[in-house]
Ligand binder design. Structure first.
Ligand code: GLN
Length: 197
């Protein structure tokens, strides 16, 4: 079977780690910086970074509308951290505002939600769809899901009760960064979604 072609949005964020994790998960991974590159992928990862900057760069590189169109057509997309914010239909007014998102996921996110407690922390989490041992979840100035709309399903919740992973059909999002731990099971789950397995 040909491996699915999965792009990583590569205008800002931790691109290299996602490319490595996707390749290890059996995908054909490539950076996406231009509309023609986006057109050539079967799935896309939106990495962590700074969501405000990523939206500005997507617009400047003429990727904003093509991204919205492909998401509307059913492109599988996995958003981690800032990527989760970009996929959210709504950003909570209590967090820092954002001019726009790509949308697609029926969730409300709160940016920098853990910020006042701790900027970065780790926690072992059970994630639906990831078999075996818990996932070591690394949170870096992370959002949480303030509200899960009826179209989305929560996949993981922290001990404190905050939803930090969701799925809605071909769209997957985590508040945490699985690409930094060497555990590729979340990327394997996304690769299965892209391959339709
Ligand atoms: N705090 C960032 C934002 O709001 C996300 C941080 C990250 O992706 N690690 O966009």
């Amino acid at each position: 079977m040909t491996p699915p072609r999965i792009g990583v949005f590569a205008l800002q964020g931790d691109v290299r780690e996602h490319l490595l994790a996707l390749a290890a998960a059996g995908a054909q991974a490539a950076p996406v910086r231009r509309p023609a590159e986006l057109a050539g992928v079967d799935g896309l990862v939106l990495p962590g970074g700074e969501s405000t900057t990523m939206i500005k760069l997507a617009r400047a590189f003429e990727l904003l509308e093509p991204l919205r169109e492909r998401i509307a057509e059913g492109l599988p997309v996995y958003g981690s951290c800032a990527g989760m914010i970009l996929l959210a239909d709504r950003v909570d007014a209590g967090g820092s505002p954002l001019e726009a998102t790509l949308g697609g996921l029926d969730i409300t996110v709160r940016r920098n939600a853990f910020g006042r407690q701790v900027d970065s922390f780790e926690e072992d989490l059970e994630v639906d769809g990831v078999a075996g041992a818990p996932v070591r979840a690394v949170f870096i100035r992370a959002p949480w899901v303030q509200e899960v709309g009826p179209a989305a399903t929560p996949l993981a919740t922290t001990a404190a009760g905050h939803v930090v992973a969701v799925r809605q059909g071909p769209l997957l999002a985590t508040s945490f960064h699985p690409e930094v731990t060497g555990d590729i099971r979340v990327h394997e789950m996304f690769t299965r979604i892209v391959a339709g397995r």
